[in-house]
Design a protein around this ligand. Structure first.
Ligand code: SF4
Ligand code: SF4
Length: 91
């Protein structure tokens, strides 16, 4: 059987970014994310310190998390601009 060529994965033009200071760790965004790329972080036993992080490589930019976040803690940003800014910060 002939092997099918795997096409490189297309990355979304936009990605979701969490403002961790505003995030309450309520997990609503986790429920809505269709690609399961949001993780809950619990740095201590204090529930007030919970927040989420988004895997930007996996995010498909669908905007669902930003639309349903009850605390409006998620911004949609242009991937290219975000990555250029990040590269500049970490040089
Ligand atoms: S829905 Fe908003 S407040 Fe809740 S965990 Fe996600 S980013 Fe944080
Ligand atoms: S934009 Fe969509 S894919 Fe990206 S983190 Fe939010 S819900 Fe998940």
């Amino acid at each position: 059987m002939a092997k099918t060529k795997k096409r490189p994965k297309k990355r979304s033009a936009s990605i979701a970014i969490v403002r961790s200071d505003d995030c309450t760790g309520c997990e609503v965004c986790i429920v809505f994310c269709p690609v399961d790329c949001i993780d809950l972080k619990e740095p201590s036993d204090n529930p007030a310190e919970r927040y989420v992080l988004i895997d930007k490589e996996t995010c498909i930019g669908c905007t669902l998390c930003a639309r349903y976040c009850p605390w409006e803690s998620i911004d949609m940003v242009e991937r290219k601009a975000y990555e250029e800014d990040a590269a500049f910060v970490f040089i």
